[in-house]
Ligand binder design. Structure first.
Ligand code: USQ
Length: 382
């Protein structure tokens, strides 16, 4: 399969490029280095320095023999994207090229405009390129569980059957995102659904929960192949942050009461889920949604797990409830369905004590790189 990965330099994009190339796909990646540049501009450098995409591709080829084609540019630049489509002729596109950080989207007007424009225009350009070059090309877009919010009923996988005044209809599941970033993921989903109905394109939207993990099978061959691992208040996700906080000896930053519950997955499971979606494409005209996570935990659950695993390694781990910089429910019902990917064959990795120990030990190797001033949250929702 010829797979084009948009956002190939990011936390998940590069790992996906190696994973798919190793399994026999012809892979091309495109990226405009937004995440790297923003990390530097905002002084939120990742735990490990990351070689640029050309260097990563050369390193990967040297250790594995597999090639990844690199293109630097913006998916929001339509002539550039269209050229790439015509040249590479993808059978499928994995779309990670969105601004992925909720706190970044809530920093101010400039960041809000960038998030909205980048996330919607990149998706619109992709849809047009598919229509122009090959309408059969399968779009796999990384969505987020955060589009649903935390409703007081079970969350279904994308759609909800509603009975109203004796008649029934199947709607997209109602959305109530909790940040501008999450809102753009709701909007791009609506847009993809619209074009599936209008132009008969085929789309899989992977509504993913927060991802954790510092390496993958492929990146273990050379630490310079690892994903961009941020632990700061803007680009770091909660469990990755807690692992670094435990190693740094700073209190784990539980926002508010810590009852916020989400569906989590290991970065290795993201790879497997994307592969399953590619191997079992959506039908022509279908907007298919999978809820992509493995286990649900509250923030308190995660903090307690990190504390227990850290203490077994001799770390002094404390937990601190700090004022919540976000507007979100801190105690709520949460029961999302997630059978689609399991029924396609996903074999999940669970957050076992052994998994926690391994991740903490990896972070320990880079302890000297930790900048503790990046940990406390500085972006508030209001
Ligand atoms: N949280 C803390 N302490 C921290 C950091 C976060 O208590 O130090 C809490 C947050 O308030 C939130 C939960 O942990 O309730 C998850 O926060 P997060 O920063 O790990 O995740 P989020 O901002 O929601 O976004 C991340 C990714 C995003 C993805 C999303 C999936 O950055 O790209 O779409 O996870 S989901 O959360 O299901 O929407």
């Amino acid at each position: 399969m010829r797979v084009l990965i948009l956002g190939g330099d990011g936390y998940l994009g590069w790992a996906t490029a190696m994973y798919l190339s190793r399994r026999g796909s012809a892979v091309a990646v495109v990226d405009n280095y937004f995440r790297r540049c923003a990390s530097t501009e905002l002084n939120r450098e990742p735990l490990l320095p990351i070689p640029n995409l050309h260097q990563r591709a050369a390193l990967w080829e040297a250790v594995s023999g597999f090639k990844v084609d690199v293109h630097i540019g913006s998916v929001c630049d339509y002539p550039f994207l269209l050229d790439l489509f015509r040249q590479f002729q993808p059978d499928a596109v994995v779309h990670y090229a969105e601004q992925p950080a909720a706190p970044y989207s809530m920093m101010g007007h400039k960041e809000a405009v960038f998030t909205l424009t980048n996330n919607l225009v990149s998706t619109l350009n992709l849809i047009h390129a598919v229509k122009e070059v090959n309408r059969d090309c399968h779009i796999v877009k990384l969505g987020t569980m955060g589009v649903y919010g935390t409703p007081n009923i079970d969350i279904e996988e994308g759609y909800l059957e509603v009975e109203h005044k004796g008649r029934r209809h199947r709607f997209l599941y109602p959305k109530a995102p909790g940040s501008l970033y999450h809102l753009t993921k709701a909007q791009d989903g609506d847009m993809l659904y619209f074009y599936c109905r209008t132009w008969d394109i085929r789309v899989t939207d992977l509504n993913q929960g927060p991802v954790y993990g510092i390496d993958t099978e492929e990146s273990r061959q050379d630490e310079r192949l690892g994903p961009i691992f941020n632990y700061d208040d803007i680009f770091g996700t909660v469990l990755n942050r807690f692992l670094v906080q435990a190693v740094a000896g700073t209190p784990l930053t539980v926002y508010g009461q810590g009852g916020q519950t989400r569906g989590y997955l290991n970065i290795m499971d993201t790879m497997a889920c994307v592969e399953l979606a590619l191997l079992h494409p959506a039908e022509t005209g279908q907007y298919r949604v999978f809820n992509q996570f493995v286990e649900t935990f509250s923030v308190n659950d995660l903090a307690n797990k990190v504390k227990a695993a850290g203490e077994k390694l001799g770390l002094q781990v404390t937990i601190q409830n700090i004022p919540n910089p976000r507007r979100e429910a801190e105690e709520h019902y949460y029961n999302p369905a997630h059978t689609g990917l399991l029924s396609l064959g996903l074999k999940p990795h669970f957050l076992t004590a052994e998994m926690m120990r391994g991740m903490l030990q990896t972070v320990q190797k880079y302890k000297d790189n930790i900048n503790s001033s990046l940990i406390y949250p500085k972006v508030a929702w209001q």
